[in-house]
Design a protein. Structure first.
Lengths: 261, 281
């Protein structure tokens, strides 16, 4: 029973905000102030969402392609960004040189790479992946470096007095101590990667993902499908985020870093 | 600057070679502001094998600096730190250090924390659990072996840190106000436990504190440090038999002496600061 109660307290605010938005939307629709082609009713969007869900080019299949690209890009970004970030934390020279480069790259919206990526790699899936990776690498690198630098010095001193040094100290004390910060960094990185991916898919028509679906539907003035796809993008985002949150909460709970259960 | 002459505190056990020896050790730190602060000046001190030494002094007197130098976490600017007549070059498990914060690894259970010390010490995996449980038993923590550090009380955490330090089977135990952050009751319990453990292990102990009662209860010898620059100014031998009790009248008397002495040091510091202020005015 308490578990059910907790679940309910988790769910009702989410439902409430959803209901509120739909109500406002519906009210706006009912005024007939806007052309229903530009602002369809929530019911119409819901209908389109359901009818386009399955099938070879249904929302689910398209969302699957996008999510697959997200994780492919994120995996690459982690594989590149993590060692870069670690080297930034370890050597001042790397921090000053590569670190500044990462800050610069982070300031650059990753979609700005798309024209160049298209010319280099062709306006295809490779260019999309490139944009995703180049968007997420700086976030991963900067978060990795920060998480290592924020390791409590006392834990490192404890490790050293217990006889750990060099790689052993690094692998058995510094890195495990940096894990919570690293996970927080990944949470940021996936969101950046997801947005870069959607933007890239909007522009590159060859990559048939959720972004492309929005672009195509808009050209056909199919606003219900545009909105339905946007809903799916948000839902996927909430889903991926809760995946990271579960890991994050587990790690924090184990270390006593959660304020309340 | 102060013209105070540093006391040369050398242990009376002349025939035995000292376990630890500081010879004319000085250490200066550069603060973030760029100002240089001399933390220790010309400290000479011997610690005999198996001796329990307490270092006491006002806050900011360089007590922690002294420990860091012995632990090998830091190097002296002048003078040398010797252990078994060999210069200390870096940290090592033969000198375990207890911090004011227990500094347990939060991703490991209590028993894993102790096992980790054994792992780093090169003990074979098969004996980790048994030996870790042995040391946890010594500090009455067997029941909490599988708890995470944040799940137990601060006093228990410090006991776990002690078990971890003991598991290294160090020649020398160094402690930097390990009970400073605890409430009065837990502190007293831990002081007694520490006495019991030490009577069994008889490690050489260098224990830094600003609590006079704690110092006289635990120590064979208490050395007093002055502040800014930190140097040794007095020593008191405490010959009360062990196991000691807080009600020990002799201890109380020595405690008063040390306390008065310490107070004079702090007052001297305050006067010196006042004098400096008038100079500026």
């Amino acid at each position: 029973m308490p578990k059910l109660k907790r679940l309910l307290t988790q769910i009702w605010p989410r439902v409430a905000i959803l209901v509120l938005i739909v109500l406002v939307w519906w009210a706006a629709y009912e005024t007939r102030y806007w052309d229903p082609v530009l602002l369809p009713s929530p019911a119409r969007v819901w209908e389109v969402l359901w009818s386009n869900l399955t099938g070879a080019d249904g929302l689910l299949a398209v969302a699957y392609r996008s999510v697959f690209r997200l994780f492919a890009g994120l995996t690459l970004a982690v594989a590149i960004g993590t060692p870069v970030g670690l080297s930034m934390a370890a050597w001042k020279l790397m921090q000053r040189s590569v670190g500044s480069l990462m800050v610069g790259l982070q300031a650059l919206p990753s979609i700005a790479w798309l024209p160049l990526a298209g010319l280099w790699l062709g306006f295809n899936e490779k260019a999309v992946l490139f944009v995703v990776v180049i968007g997420a690498v700086p976030a991963v690198a900067i978060a990795t470096a920060a998480s290592v630098r924020l390791v409590p010095p006392n834990l490192v001193r404890a490790g050293r007095t217990l006889g750990a040094h060099g790689w052993e100290l690094y692998g058995k004390v510094v890195l495990p101590a940096a894990v919570p910060g690293y996970i927080a960094g990944l949470q940021l990185a996936w969101a950046i990667a997801w947005r870069a991916l959607m933007a890239a898919e909007l522009i590159i028509t060859g990559a048939r993902g959720l972004g492309h679906l929005i672009a195509r539907a808009a050209v056909q003035r199919d606003t219900p499908l545009v909105l339905a796809t946007m809903v799916v993008i948000m839902l996927v985002g909430i889903g991926v985020d809760s995946l990271f949150s579960v890991v994050d909460r587990r790690v924090r709970r184990k270390r006593g870093l959660l304020v309340s259960g | 600057m102060s013209q105070k002459r540093a006391l040369q505190v050398v242990s009376g056990t002349g025939s035995v070679s000292p376990k630890l020896s500081l010879r004319g050790v000085s250490k200066t730190y550069r603060q973030a502001s760029g100002e240089e602060v001399s933390a220790l000046v010309d400290v000479t001190l011997n610690v005999a094998p198996g001796e329990f030494l307490c270092v006491i002094g006002p806050s900011g007197c360089g007590k922690s600096t002294l420990l860091n130098l012995v632990a090998g976490l830091d190097r002296p600017d002048e003078g040398e730190v010797l252990m078994d007549d060999r210069p200390v070059r870096g940290p090592g498990p033969n000198r375990a250090l207890l911090f004011q914060e227990p500094a347990l690894f939060p991703w490991m259970s209590i028993v894993r924390n102790v096992e980790f010390a054994l792992e780093l010490g090169g003990a074979p995996r098969s004996v980790w659990r048994e030996r870790a449980m042995h040391w946890l038993g010594k500090v009455h923590l067997s029941e909490f072996a599988n708890a995470q550090p944040h799940e137990i009380s601060p006093g228990m955490r410090q006991r776990a840190a002690l078990a971890r330090a003991l598991a290294c089977q160090p020649d020398v135990l160094l402690a930097d106000e390990p009970f400073g952050a605890l409430d009065a009751q837990s502190r007293e319990v831990l002081q007694r436990e520490l006495q019991d453990v030490w009577l069994e292990t008889r490690n050489t102990f260098v224990f830094v504190t600003h609590n006079v009662r704690e110092a006289v209860f635990l120590a064979d010898r208490v050395v007093l440090m002055s502040a800014r620059p930190g140097t040794l100014v007095a020593e008191h031998r405490i010959s009360s038999p062990r196991p000691r009790d807080f009600a020990d009248v002799l201890l109380t008397k020595v405690g008063v002496d040390v306390h008065d002495h310490l107070l004079k040091e702090v007052e001297g510091l305050a006067e010196a600061e006042e004098a400096a202020d008038t100079d500026l005015a």
